[in-house]
Design a protein around this ligand. Structure first.
Ligand SMILES: C[S@@+](CC[C@H](N)C(=O)[O-])C[C@H]1O[C@@H](n2cnc3c(N)ncnc32)[C@H](O)[C@@H]1O
Length: 175
């Protein structure tokens, strides 16, 4: 029996069912990107690369830090972090087939099956915990994640960055 504060929380939500099924499979097929391709999709959507965004949030983070991505899919974000020099990378993902694929695609990361609603690690397990593209799908997730102080800090940096990026875009007339 785990002593995590969210242990026992229901993980079989409607959203989880959708992500574990065909929808999740098709999403991962459409979003299998190497680092350069992922950066290009970010430029198309947000006007800057994901690498630049990571630099702005993570430049001062020691490269030996342990990092957990919740909802890592096939490991696209982990690949960018590795490219920045981070070595101690872990991901959890809810779709079991995608977990297997990620394990062979990014064998240097520790990817395992797990739900954001019952994160299988204790509070002090990581220096930094983040999600990317996941929070918008799970309203209750923010509550689960905020128990990690490292997530709260990253979240503040992220929202500060996102607000600045949106301001830049609207000032330059982009939509
Ligand atoms: C929009 S994708 C984002 C993938 C990746 N984080 C990125 O930025 O490229 C959301 C991912 O979260 C996973 N996911 C959805 N609900 C989850 C949950 N409750 N726990 C863990 N992973 C979940 C999905 O299967 C999917 O791989």
């Amino acid at each position: 029996m785990s002593d995590h504060s969210d242990a026992g929380r229901a993980t079989a939500t409607k959203e989880a069912e959708v992500w574990r099924g065909q929808f999740g499979t098709k999403y991962s097929e459409r979003n299998l990107f190497n680092a350069a391709e992922l950066d290009r999709t970010y430029v198309g959507k947000y006007g800057l690369t994901r690498t630049a965004l990571n630099q702005s949030c993570l430049a001062d983070i020691p490269r030996s830090s342990s990092i957990l991505e919740v909802g890592c899919n096939l490991g696209n974000q982990l690949i960018l972090l590795k490219q920045m020099g981070f070595e101690n990378l872990t991901g959890i993902e809810i779709h079991s087939d995608i977990v297997k694929e990620a394990q062979s695609r990014v064998p240097w990361a520790h990817v395992s099956e797990g739900s954001a609603l019952n994160i299988p690690f204790g509070d002090a397990s990581f220096d930094l915990v983040f999600t990317s593209g996941l929070l918008i799908h799970i309203l209750g997730l923010m509550v689960s994640m905020t128990r990690f102080s490292s997530f709260r800090q990253f979240g503040r940096d992220w929202f500060t960055f996102a607000a600045a990026a949106m301001r830049n875009r609207s000032q330059s007339g982009e939509r």
